[in-house]
Design a protein around this ligand. Sequence first.
Ligand code: ZN
Length: 128
Amino acid sequence: MNAYRVSARILKVLAHPTRVRLLYALRDSEECVCHLTALLRQRQAYVSQQLMFLRRAGLLIERKDGLRVYYRVKDARVFDVLDAANALAGITRAPSERKKIVACPCPKCVRARNDAKEREKTRKALSR
Ligand SMILES: [Zn+2]
């Protein structure tokens, strides 16, 4: 495959709003499929399919931990491409996907909710 085809293949995978959103959601940390499904409010089969396209293009790495599959960005230079596309479109601030998800069953979100409950308990105890 020549260089034009190789770069076109990567750009083709990036040319999809859901896949761009998934990459931004993975910008700072790895996440499991259930977290990404809760974040995007899409069916898990659909989210998994988009993640598979990104992985096959060499943009994501997957890691299995028990029944959960975690994804992370393989090479952060992909954000140079996305940030450049934003700049060309006049978008100066990169989108952020760091949101609290109330109904997410992933270990990270469960831990965050438990920590928040503990802090609230401590706060109440101290204010008595
Ligand atoms: Zn989560």
